[in-house]
Structures are given as C-alpha cells and as structure tokens.
Design a protein around this ligand. Sequence first.
Ligand code: HEM
Length: 421
Amino acid sequence: MEKSPETRRYKNSFLNWIEYRLPIISYMEKEYGDYPMPKNCNYFWSFGALASILLVVLIVSGIFLAMHYTPHTDMAFDSVERIMRDVNYGWLLRYMHSNGAAFFFIIVYIHILRGMYYGSYKYPRELNWILGVFIYLLMMATSFLGYVLPWGQMSYWGATVITNLFSAIPVIGEGLKTWILGDYTLGNATLNRFFALHYVLPFVIFGVVGLHIAAVHVHGSNNPTGIDIKSKDDSVKFFPYMLVKDTLATCVLGVVIAVVIFFGPNLMAEVDNYIPADPLVTPSHIVANWYLAPFYAILRAIPDKLGGVTLMFGAILILFVLPWLDTSKTKSCNYRPVYKWFMMLFFVNFFILGYVGMKPAEGIYLLIARLGLIYYFGFLLVLTPLIGKIETPKSLPASISDFFMNKGNNIKESKSETELH
Ligand code: HEM
C-alpha cells in the first residue's frame, strides 16, 4: 500500500472516498495501528487507556443523569433521590457515575505515580507531563463541583469551606468569593453555575486528553528502562499487541467496578451527604472527598489561612516544574538506587497525607500532616534536585530488546542517557 493519501487504495471504496477527502483512516492506522510501543512496557502502560475509557463512561452516564437532575436548592436533593428510586436504572447510572469518578482518580493516581517512577516527565515528554498536570487540576475542579450537586450536608459545607478559601487572598479575596458564589452566601445562584461548569468541564478535559495523547505519540511512549526505541526489534505494533493488553486491563477494571457498584456502592461515599443540606446545622467534621484529601491535609496543617491556601495550591502547581527540578538524566527509578527509595517514600507519604486529611485536624493527625507536608515539599524541592546531582545510576541496558531478552539480568554496559542526549 502506498503512503500518500491521494494514491492510497483500500479495498472498500467508501473508505477510499473518505480517505481521499480526509485522511483520517491512514492517521488512525499510523497512530493506533502501526504505532511502535516499546515491547517491555508492563501493565502500568495500560492506565492511560483505562483513564480514557472511564472518562467516556463518566461523560455518558453524566449526560443521562443531567436529564433527570434539577439544579435548584429546593429540588436538587429530591431529584437525586428520584433518580435512585424512580428513574429506570437511575441507581445504576448514579452509582456508575459516583464510583466511576472515584475509580477515575485511583487510575489517574496510579498513572501519575507510574510517570514519576519511570521518569516519563523528562525530556522530551515535558509538555506531555504539563498537559497531564493541567488535566489533574481540571479533574479536581470537576469533582468538587459534582460533589456539590446532590445538595446534601457534605455538599453544602464542603463547598462553604472551599469557597471560603478564596477570601484568604489579600485585597481581592472577598470580592472573588462573592463572584464565584454568584451571591453573598452559597445558594441557588451557586448551585446553578456549579452545575453548568460541572457539565462543561469534562468536555474540556476530553479535549486536553486529546492533546496529551497526541503529545505522547510524537516521541513515543517511555518504558521501564527509560531508554528510547533504537531499532524495530525494540518495539511491537500497537495493534494488535497493546490493544489486546489494554482490552484485558479494561475487562479486569470493569469487573472490579461492577463488584463495587453491586455490592458496596457507598463504600467510598460520605454518609452525611444522604442528609439534605441545612445551612443552620454544621456537621461535626467536614471531610473532603478522599481523592482530594492529601491536599486538604496540607491546607489544614498550617494555622494561617493564607499560608494553608498557598501551600495547598503550591503542592499541585509545583508538579508543573517537576521536569526541571529533577536534575538526573537517568529516567527510570529502576536504575536509580538511591532516589528510588525516596520516591517510594513520597508515594507512601502521599497516602498518609490522604488518610490524615480525612481525620479531624487535631492531635496526632495534625502532627502527621505537618511532617507529611515537610516531606512532600522537601522531596520535590531539595531531594529531587540534590540526589540527581550526587547519585551514581546503574548502567543501562544496551537496548530495549537486550533488556527484554535478558529479563533485566546480566545487563550490558552502555552509554548513559546523559551521553545519549
Ligand atoms: C483524564 C486523565 C488522563 C488520561 C485519559 C490520560 C491518558 C494517557 C494515555 C492514553 C497515555 C498513553 C498510554 C500510557 O502511557 O498509559 C498517557 C501517557 C502519559 N500520561 Fe496521561 N492521561 C491522563 C492524566 C495524566 C496526568 C494527570 C498526568 C500527570 C500529571 C499524566 C502523565 C502522563 C505521562 C507522563 C505519559 C507518558 C507516559 C510514558 O510514555 O511513559 N497523564 N496518558
């Protein structure tokens, strides 16, 4: 088959007709058929595909939920109850959406940690990483907005706490908060705009994911060795190999989510959100969504409101510059004997921060949150640049197929990634 779209000929004349006018078929063939995947990629490389599928599930289930939801403070809670009881398969739609969101975060967290462990944020994939952090920010905003919609106690008080944070900003804070709320307090205007934004943001995420995936395909995927594809032997075609692998991963995820939906649909939900919002009754402690909890822990670890807000946003924004904070040229932590352990500790620390973020901000929990906060920033701002300079990485395999044949043992000496660039 010839390469040029004009001369390209498929057996099917309809495909030819389209291809001649819009070469989308050859584009798909190139990007999702022939696309070379490093042949040593493990199942962690399926998490991007899993996240993409969950995004579609969330958008579709969300559109159907929106057909029955009423964005009014007097009716929102009841409309959600009606979806659960009276709408055909409404309970399934809602549980798919709420548990789908929780799993979306689990999958994306694993995807991010994979990227950090294997150094996928480094040259030449920095922009790909930046787009990823941008998606993560959008996801957090979208999930916060969605959590407000059922207008339960936790929706109301969670939104009150979060929107109050903006008032900590000097000079413009109070005005900004009122502008966000659309009123002086949380009310109907707020619920309406939160619904509108919750509807539209997933489509923005969808668009950014498109750019994110396109950016991955420019230089190709990273892999557990962190070295690039050097010859045809180092890679396999995306179709059928990666597609089969991703399909299997999707089936496993589908089973896990189905078990949660059918046997424990409220496992990850907050019980207080089944009580209608009451502005006169404050819940004993206001909890963040578990997937936002590490940042909530950072916020509450600082006694000063402005300080807490700055560090909370700083903890996310600092990820944008991670590619430049890491001074090591070796990508994969498999070849970084010292940094690897600090990286693992960073992951554990993140989970601990999440745990204490769901507990009252007092006593031992507060102390742990403060220590966790110190390690979070200490790791990114001090250890990452420093270890990169002083650590001696293990020697890398000569090529991916060399690693593959030797299953990582008996690796040969080769040029380090520094020399390769
Ligand atoms: C809606 C959320 C997301 C979707 C649907 C998504 C999708 C994908 C897909 C399909 C890939 C290629 C396959 C793979 O390597 O797994 C990928 C790669 C990548 N993603 Fe994401 N992603 C998302 C969020 C993020 C976030 C939040 C980050 C980082 C903050 C991130 C960082 C990366 C990196 C660094 C790669 C390159 C991995 C490599 O080549 O080793 N992604 N993403």
